[in-house]
Every structure is written in structure tokens, then in C-alpha cells.
Design a protein around this ligand. Sequence first.
Ligand code: FAD
Length: 320
Amino acid sequence: MSILIAIEPVNGTLNKGSFELTSYAKMLATKTGQEVNALVLGSSNNTSQLGKYGADKVYTIENANLDVFDSQVYATVIAEAAGKLGCSTVLVRHTANGKAILGRLAVKLKADSVSGVNSVPDTQAGFTVTKSVYSGKAIATFALSTENKVLSLMGNAVQPQELGTDVTPQVLDITVPSPRLTLVNRQTDTGHVPLPEAEKVVSAGRGMKGPENWGIVEDLATALGATTACSRPVADTGWRPHHEHVGQTGVAIRPNLYIAIGISGAIQHLAGVNNSKTIVVINKDPEAPFFKAADYGVLGDLFEVVPKLTEAIKRFKEKA
Ligand SMILES: Cc1cc2nc3c(=O)[nH]c(=O)nc-3n(C[C@H](O)[C@H](O)[C@H](O)COP(=O)(O)OP(=O)(O)OC[C@H]3O[C@@H](n4cnc5c(N)ncnc54)[C@H](O)[C@@H]3O)c2cc1C
């Protein structure tokens, strides 16, 4: 039995998250001696690159019924593809869509499932896999015992690795049911890397005092090529849009760099960010809980520190 990865193009292209999932599948396949089959749901301009990141075979399904994301339709198609291609392990990304598909897929395939995994499964004695729990304070290990298995992979859990060469995609003949949902309106944020995929995030909280001061946060983000985020009260009071809110009730992220400006570091905030690889905290209160989770802490007034940091980064980039 093989591994199937479900790949969703974003705006007609495959992004880093798709390549992460492919490399992750290859790491598992290397352990188990299985083949990696990639199923691309929708059209994309760089489908063949999946081979470079570890897919042995690449299949595409292009059908207007996939244009609007309906988790029932996607789960039906992926489950059918798994059966047709002889795949017992199905992997999806831990995105909003991936989370919506995961449970349905598990039911359809009668599979054990674990969401948000962050390690390659251990297959030496059975099949176990880990994920972060308790706001990232602990790691839980799950043993899956059914023949079919379904996992969703956290973003940034592995880095994409170029190992092979492009693979010519083949069209997979599967009937795609009509979606029950109708898309009424779609608003997209352009020009920024979406938060779950961002490698660098500059985030700010109530210490900013008001939305009129956000210019210094955006300047720092621009200098770094980072995506902006915020704490929940900032989004709740309308200083920033809700899609920027990170934490337990917001987006969970795992960037390489997370800069927290004027954020106290409440447990609910940390829940969504403390898997970041490097955390930098800027706060004027030496007792702010965030300093305990920080790799680097800057004790000072953000209105002085942030512009200086931005200037220093610009100077550094000019010299480089
Ligand atoms: C069920 C539940 C779910 C929640 N989910 C989330 C969630 O998903 N995400 C989230 O963020 N919160 C969440 N919260 C809210 C959370 O508990 C905190 O209230 C919130 O994170 C605090 O936001 P903050 O750090 O921006 O503000 P504050 O706690 O007010 O902290 C502001 C910080 O700015 C610092 N500061 C002020 N002025 C300056 C200055 N000039 N220079 C430098 N530093 C300065 C202060 O020292 C302080 O540390 C949740 C709460 C509950 C009950």
C-alpha cells in the first residue's frame, strides 16, 4: 500500500506548504518502503515540481466542482483516489481546509487519524506520531492501529527538500460530485504571505495604544519581508482585521521568526505561537510573561525600539 498526499493549489500555483507535505511523505515512505502518490485537486502551473520534492507519481483532477471548497466533495474525491491508487496512508496539510477534510476522510476510510502532527511517524514497532499539546508545553505521542491512517501536517514542521526530478502528471479519472455549498463572496488578502505559511511574522498587541500607531509595525514587517499579526484584543477592538489574530482562538503559526511587540504573552496567545523557531519579545515590563518564552528579549519602550530595529535592518540589508 502507498501514501497519498492531497495537494491544493493556491491561486493556480503550489506553495511551500505543498512541498513540505511532499517531503514529509517522502521521509515516511523512505522508512516504510512505500511510494508517494500526489493528488493535485485543481489546476496549477508547477504541478510537476512535486516530483522534485519526493512524489513518485503525480495525479491531477481538474473539475469545476472543485473550484469552491466543499469539504464533503474534497473528502469524497480523496477517499476514492486512495482506494483507486491503493493508498493506506493519506496526508493533508493542517490548514483550515485540511482540518475540515480530515475527520470526514477518517470516517470514509475507517482510519485512525491525528491532526496537526509535527514529526515523521515512528514505524519501528507499529505506527506512532507526535503533536504539540497543552499550548505547546507538552508533546503527545499517538499510536494508530487501523490499516488506513489519516494525518494532517502542521505548517513549517519540516522543510521542503529537493531530492529528485520533476514528474509528469497524469489525469486521474474520478467523478467529482457537485458541491452543496455556493460561494457568495470571496475576499482575499493580496501582497502578503498568508500567516500559516509565513516564515517571518511581526505581531503587535495592546501596547501599541491604538491603530494609528501601526505604521512602525508595518515598516518593520516590510523591512524583514514578514507578515503582520496581532493579539486577540487588538482584533476584537477593530484595530486590526480578524484574520491577523493569532493564538488559541486565532491562527496557530510556526514561523522561523516571531517578533512580539507590546504583547504580554498570555497563555492563550502563546498557544498559537510558541512553536515558532525563534521568538523575539519587545516589552517595557520586565515581568511580562512573554519573556519566559522568548529566545531574545528587548526590555524597552516599543515606540523607541521598533523604529531603531527597522533602521538597523535596513542598514544591514543595504550593506549586504
Ligand atoms: C478563552 C480565551 C481565549 C483567548 N484567545 C486568545 C488568542 O487566541 N489570542 C490572544 O492574543 N489572546 C487571547 N485571549 C486573550 C488573552 O488572555 C490576553 O488577554 C491577550 O492576549 C492580551 O493581549 P495583549 O498582550 O495585546 O494585551 P495586554 O495584556 O494588555 O498586554 C500589553 C503589553 O504591552 C506592553 N506595553 C505597553 N506599552 C508598551 C510600550 N510602550 N512598549 C513596550 N511594551 C509595552 C505591556 O507591558 C503589556 O505586556 C483569550 C482569552 C480567553 C479568555
